[in-house]
Write a protein that binds this ligand. Structure first.
Ligand SMILES: Cc1cc2nc3c(=O)[nH]c(=O)nc-3n(C[C@H](O)[C@H](O)[C@H](O)COP(=O)(O)OP(=O)(O)OC[C@H]3O[C@@H](n4cnc5c(N)ncnc54)[C@H](O)[C@@H]3O)c2cc1C
Length: 492
């Protein structure tokens, strides 16, 4: 390529990093290098779920056609042996509008179904398999390696280079030695990798996930400056933003065999009905996947008194059914049947990042989980990383953005995205409390009764959950992009 207008280094080739690189590939005068710590860019991992708000970005980046080919299409509500589509039948691409999650209070001998989130646009999660081209409103889900693989295929051959097995350890602004560089006031940033190698760039974007090395470096540098200026408290606050914090939530995830579940409890409800079973401090989401041959199970336990305490051992571990099953002694039989079918589970100690006062500093910025890892209670972590990437790339690609105005583009990104994402994070936190019946005014601690008041409270739980989802269903990023461009162009 001819001399680029500036060189961007993206640290981390996960969802946010790769989308940023794809989005920057539209600007041939921006040179992009992606440094990923893993040996490949498509390492195994959990799923990626995209709501229509994010899907519009995939369309704008021309990724949608290839992504559709690898989307997971779950079963519709077609009757079969288990009330599902048989494995050899292709499910329809549109599903009846009544597919929904049923909410059931289940931490009692006989549970009570208290709400259904219905109709496209009101549906909670995963199961809605419409391929959004028809204007529908559900979530599309993908296996993470398939999703990342499509992204890597859309990187520019001429302006973008990928580097695997490159774990960033630190960065520093280079001393200005050459007279021409001194005049430009923009010393390069030197990246130091774990394998002893180094590289340079003009702009560094940390897309390196919740334990971001870039965030650590950025905050230590800012704290150093504050301390040097006598602002000791500010320095300490900045340092306290480096480490992620345990939310007190542990999530157990697995899939079980539909056949085994049917044997355990004939025509079990979750074989044909996506369920959210709620109880105080514990919640189970179960729904059919793999064309009805399996059931996805996610159990969340909340220990609010342990919030912000350290977690011993790895954050993700394998766990056995015995670790969990005693928690459900008093739950209704249909939940116990699900758990009795579990072989093993992966156990995740769910961490979040502290609320940062800024996502940028000088010519360094953070996107995705590096900036704002949140609780997975709105299923938008990947979507928010993608939104960051798209908006930031639009600002960087703007004709007025040059090496002289990079900091202005970054500050605009920060001003537009940070308040919005903090609002999203708060909603996700509130949903976590609602799903585990921990919301302060809507608790269920007293002895079991089914009076009107309790039912009203349960319905209020659902009303609030729905409210917290509304932005996902009813808004787009376009307004924010327009606002950001307006700020960059001094229109506002
Ligand atoms: C249990 C759970 C369930 C979730 N469910 C959902 C869901 O349903 N829907 C949803 O949208 N989101 C969900 N999320 C959140 C989602 O997984 C993240 O928000 C998303 O992956 C963030 O993307 P990212 O690009 O910022 O980081 P990541 O995807 O984590 O990518 C970071 C990349 O950086 C690399 N890296 C790390 N350190 C370095 C380094 N020092 N140098 C170089 N490379 C480095 C990593 O190898 C990785 O490839 C869930 C999260 C959890 C924990």
């Amino acid at each position: 390529m001819s001399t680029p207008k500036f060189r961007v280094a993206i640290c981390g080739g996960g969802v946010g990093g790769l989308v940023l690189a794809v989005a920057l590939s539209r600007y041939p005068d921006i040179r992009v290098d992606i440094y990923e710590s893993s040996t490949s860019f498509t390492e195994a991992g959990a799923g990626v779920g995209l709501w229509p708000r994010t899907w519009k970005i995939m369309e704008a980046l021309d990724l949608h056609r290839d992504l559709k080919k690898v989307a997971i299409v779950p079963p519709g509500k077609v009757p079969s042996q288990y009330g599902l589509i048989p494995p050899d039948r292709t499910p329809p691409l549109t599903i009846p509008p009544d597919v929904s999650f049923t909410f059931r209070k289940a931490d009692q001998p006989i549970g009570i179904s208290f709400h259904q989130l219905m109709k496209p646009g009101e549906v909670y999660c995963y199961l809605i398999d419409r391929i959004h081209a028809d204007g529908s409103e559900g979530m599309l889900s993908f296996h993470r390696p398939d999703f990342l693989n499509v992204l890597t295929q859309h990187l520019s051959d001429s302006s973008c280079r990928t580097h695997s097995s490159k774990r960033l350890v630190s960065y520093r602004y280079e001393q200005q030695t050459s007279p021409s560089r001194r005049r430009s006031h923009h010393p390069p940033i030197t990246l130091q990798f774990h394998d002893g190698t180094a590289a340079q760039c003009d702009l560094l974007i940390g897309a390196d996930g919740i334990q971001s090395a870039v965030r650590g470096c950025m905050l230590r540098e800012a704290a150093g400056k504050s301390r040097a200026n006598g602002r000791v408290q500010e320095a300490n606050e900045l340092l306290s933003e480096i480490e992620p914090r345990w939310s007190g939530m542990t999530m157990y995830r697995t899939t079980i065999s539909s056949e085994a579940l049917n044997r355990k409890l004939s025509r079990h409800r979750v074989l044909h009905e996506p369920m959210v079973y709620v109880g105080t401090n514990t919640q189970v989401t179960a729904y059919p996947v793999a064309r009805g041959t399996q059931v996805s199970v996610a159990v969340t336990r909340v220990q609010l008194d342990l919030e912000n305490t350290p977690v011993d051992g790895p954050w993700i571990q394998t766990s056995s059914r015995e670790d969990l099953i005693h928690e459900f002694d008093h739950w209704e039989p249909e939940v116990q049947a699900v758990l009795q079918c579990v072989q093993s589970m992966s156990r995740w100690a769910i961490h979040t990042s502290p609320q940062l006062k800024s996502y940028v500093s000088g010519r360094v910025g953070l996107i995705g989980d590096a900036a704002h890892a949140m609780l997975p209670y709105e299923s938008v972590g990947s979507g928010q990383a993608i939104e960051d990437a798209h908006l930031l790339a639009t600002l960087l690609g703007h004709p007025s953005t040059t090496i002289d105005t990079l900091t202005r583009a970054l500050e605009t990104y920060d001003r537009v995205r940070r308040p919005f994402i903090q609002m999203v994070g708060e909603g996700s936190k509130e949903n976590a409390l609602l799903y585990t019946l921990n919301y302060p005014s809507l608790r269920f601690d007293e002895p079991e009764r089914h009076d009107e008041k309790r039912l009203q409270r349960l319905s209020e739980v659902c009303h609030r959950i729905k409210k917290n989802w509304e932005w996902v269903w009813n808004t787009t990023l376009e307004g924010d992009i327009d606002r950001a461009l307006g700020m960059l162009e001094n229109r506002r």
